[in-house]
Design a protein around this ligand. Structure first.
Ligand SMILES: Nc1ncnc2c1ncn2[C@@H]1O[C@H](COP(=O)(O)OP(=O)(O)O)[C@@H](O)[C@H]1O
Ligand SMILES: [Mg+2]
Length: 315
């Protein structure tokens, strides 16, 4: 549904998006996760035809965002970071106005307005002036507007920013519900949000993809990159040295321990069996062995920090 190939965007000398490639299948909710300044909004603006890329290409539903922007806009509902609304208009007037702008005929417009008012829980404020609405309601009106022409693809830029916890929860529920009928790309700098809503997450930092996958795949990557903590009965450096020699082991750190040898082991692949066999052969009883599972949050912080270091090195 969305294909992005080697997308690159410079603002003057500032490289905001750096050779980004990804694709999004129909019916998926994909999360674009990254710290502020990662390039999320820039990518979204290119996908929604608000500005051209410096290099690379992107298509939505098979249409090129640069050369076929009218078709693309018809396929997309876009909720920008801050929703521009007309404060003196009433909610239903605003939706009517937006629908007319998009060329919806009267019957369709009436039907769709009823539908989006209900879907976005706006029924009870339909005749209220927008200026009187709370931030949460305005956000939902933005979403209702994005949905009005029944687009295949919804692109939501930080949809829960500025909302209170109750509104955040309601908005997430709504997005999940919408995900049953629409393909959704959602950006966020909040990890639990993406984890709760999305089928797949792309983590970006410094305009580049630093990790991607389903929540399970990301967890696996985290496990692979987490340490194995092993405690042996015994003393001396011989144990650490022997573990270090195992073929898959990349790094061994000795942790403080009373009367035992406690190691933190990083390896390319699962080292538990090799360590057990070594311990048996050498008569070093194992007192404890466990995988130290870093949280998705730790992982996020680390991949983002690694990207920062690379950027400094290449500058
Ligand atoms: N209009 C602009 N002119 C110059 N630099 C910009 C502009 N918009 C964004 N940037 C820069 O591009 C980078 C990516 O920004 P943005 O896409 O807004 O990130 P995000 O949405 O992930 O916070 C940042 O370094 C930002 O300062
Ligand atoms: Mg942004």
């Amino acid at each position: 549904m969305i294909e992005v190939r080697n997308l690159t965007k410079y603002y003057g000398p500032v490289l905001a998006v750096d050779d980004l490639s990804f694709s999004l299948d129909k019916g998926q909710i994909i999360g674009f996760l990254g710290p502020n300044g990662a390039g999320k909004t820039t990518t979204i603006r290119i996908l929604t035809c608000f500005m051209p890329a410096t290099r690379g290409s992107a298509t939505v539903a098979g249409y090129d965002v640069f050369t076929q922007s009218l078709e693309v806009r018809r396929k997309i509902g876009y909720l920008p970071e801050s929703v521009p609304l007309y404060m003196e208009m009433r909610v239903n007037e605003y939706l009517k106005f937006r629908g007319q702008l998009r060329g919806l005929d009267r019957t369709t417009l009436k039907k769709r307005t009823g539908y989006v008012l209900e879907q976005c829980w706006l029924g009870d404020v339909a005749t209220r002036p927008i200026g009187q609405l709370s931030k949460g309601y305005r956000q939902r009106l933005g979403l209702a507007d994005a949905l009005l022409h029944d687009p295949d693809v919804l692109i939501l830029d930080e949809p829960t920013v500025g909302l209170d916890p109750t509104q955040i929860r309601a908005t997430r529920e709504l997005i999940k519900e919408l995900g049953k009928r629409h393909t959704i790309l959602l950006s966020s700098h909040i990890l639990p949000e993406v984890e709760a809503i999305c089928h797949r997450t792309i983590i970006i930092a410094g305009g580049r993809i630093v990790a991607s996958g389903s929540p399970e795949e990301l967890r696996r990557q985290i496990c692979e990159q987490s340490r194995l903590i092993v405690e042996f009965k015994g003393s001396g450096d011989a144990i650490a040295a022997a573990v270090r020699k195992l073929p898959m082991v990349q790094n061994v750190e000795t942790l403080p321990s009373e009367g035992a040898v406690r190691l933190a082991v990083m390896s390319k692949s699962d080292s538990r069996e090799a360590i057990s066999l070594l311990a048996i052969a050498q008569h070093w009883p194992i007192l404890e062995m466990r995988q130290e599972v870093a949280s998705l949050e730790d992982f996020f912080v680390r991949v983002v920090a690694d990207q920062g270091k690379k950027a400094v090195l290449s500058a």
